[in-house]
Write a protein that binds this ligand. Structure first.
Ligand SMILES: Cc1cc2nc3c(=O)[nH]c(=O)nc-3n(C[C@H](O)[C@H](O)[C@H](O)COP(=O)(O)O)c2cc1C
Length: 168
């Protein structure tokens, strides 16, 4: 039995209760990368979503108060990496530090975008559109190249990392 115990208007309470309610939505975890004038930059993001098959579009949402925000808004090219369960440390590292590349296996693609090699799926994107989204923006990417393989996904739920368990 799943009991609903709280009702509130998120505009009237502090952000914590709203964040906790949103955190009941389990997601995968990605690391998004781009090149900047001062070197490669990465960020851990669970706002990633598939968007369109034809044309092939995906999206994610950078926070406006992140020091990395201006770079991801300015870039014309970026890559999205779906992280595997056994490499949660990649997410922890890029949540702390946008410059964590040297700890991991990475290279640059033909356009100079830094790409990570240890992930479940990688989407190399051109920035297709950006939209306002309150204290975040929505970045839509047109996927130009996909690299993918098998493995167990890393999931994020209630502020914790974990794994996927099949129910049927
Ligand atoms: C699981 C997880 C998911 C996250 N998702 C996002 C996201 O979707 N968008 C975002 O801007 N930051 C997200 N973050 C926060 C960034 O990874 C990073 O911690 C933040 O940009 C740090 O702020 P700074 O760039 O000012 O140092 C997430 C962090 C974690 C641990």
């Amino acid at each position: 039995m799943n009991a609903l115990t709280k009702t509130f208007d998120p505009a009237q309470v502090d952000n914590r209760a709203f964040r906790e309610a949103l955190g009941r939505f389990g997601t995968g975890v990605t690391v998004i990368t781009c090149e900047t004038g001062t070197g490669p930059l990465g960020i851990t993001a669970n706002s990633f979503s598939s968007l369109s098959l034809d044309p092939p579009l995906v999206m994610w949402a950078p926070a406006k108060n992140s020091s990395r925000y201006p770079f991801f808004m300015a870039t014309q090219r970026f890559a999205i990496h779906v992280i595997a369960q056994d490499t949660a440390e990649i997410c922890s590292a890029f949540a702390r530090d946008g410059d964590a590349f040297d700890q991991f296996d990475w290279e640059r693609n033909d356009y100079g975008v830094p790409i990570l090699n240890n992930c479940l799926s990688r989407f190399e994107c051109v920035t297709h559109a950006t939209h306002d989204g309150g204290d975040h923006s929505i970045v839509v990417g047109r996927v130009e190249r996909v690299t993918t393989g098998d493995g167990a996904p890393l999931l994020f739920f209630g502020g914790d990392y974990g794994g996927f368990e099949k129910t049927s």
